[in-house]
Unconditional design. Sequence first.
Length: 286
Amino acid sequence: MWDHPAIRFNVVRCLIQLDRTVEAADNLKLALKYGAAPLEEAVYNEALAYEKLLANQIGDLDVTYTQPGVAVTLDGQPLLTCPGTQTRRVAPGRHQIVGSLDGFLTKSTEVKVVGGQREQVELSLVSMSAAAIGHRWATWKPWVVLGGGLAVVGIGGLVEYQASQDMSSFDRQLALVCADTGCGPGRPIPQNVADEKQQAQRENAIAIGVMSVGLAAAAAGGALLYLNRGLPIYPSIEHTTGGAAVSLGGTSTLDAGKPRSDFDIGDLNGVSCDPASWPCPRFPSP
């Protein structure tokens, strides 16, 4: 069965009305494959006008990967298995290219394609073994916080030990003073013995405070050690292009007094069009 160009061109008309410009251009290429012979003169002229219009509505994207085994996708659709180069006609705008391979860091790149222009992307994946180890802060800082906290805990422990020794001394002196007749309201504890007890209690309170501060600092140091753990850092490859995308959609500004659906192809890009001699293609309506 022959793929008749006239049928292909009817498909082109429908696809343009649906704003599917890439598919329309692909079908238009097939419709013009055999030149003017299979088409009526008016239809052929209309097809040439669409060809010139669509040329600025589609961009070409060349994607090259040199590493073997890399699976590449374009906007989520499989593109090629590397190594190789693939060229795709795409609508103007931003497109995402993703390459993946076991043992390598998956690479995602966004490229902006401008209508009527060609963009080239050459990317390579980075091996995970090539990653450097990075930290949030200098490696010594968390250790200083942790070590300082433990040192404060140790000081608090020494103060607590001294408080324990003073309390033991108080107990011994109290036993000697009150051994024979006891101590009570009529025979109070000597002041020097009572002072030793107060000193022991004061030292105990200080020790508890110092050790609490030290434990908090040590806990903070442990948290900083976790946050500052070594993480792999991979080199990045960016590809960004400038330019403005052109689209069939939107409101035409050729003439503020005419709605978009009233514009003929002859109004665009200098294409000659005489509505009296042949049916000019209409600018696509939404």
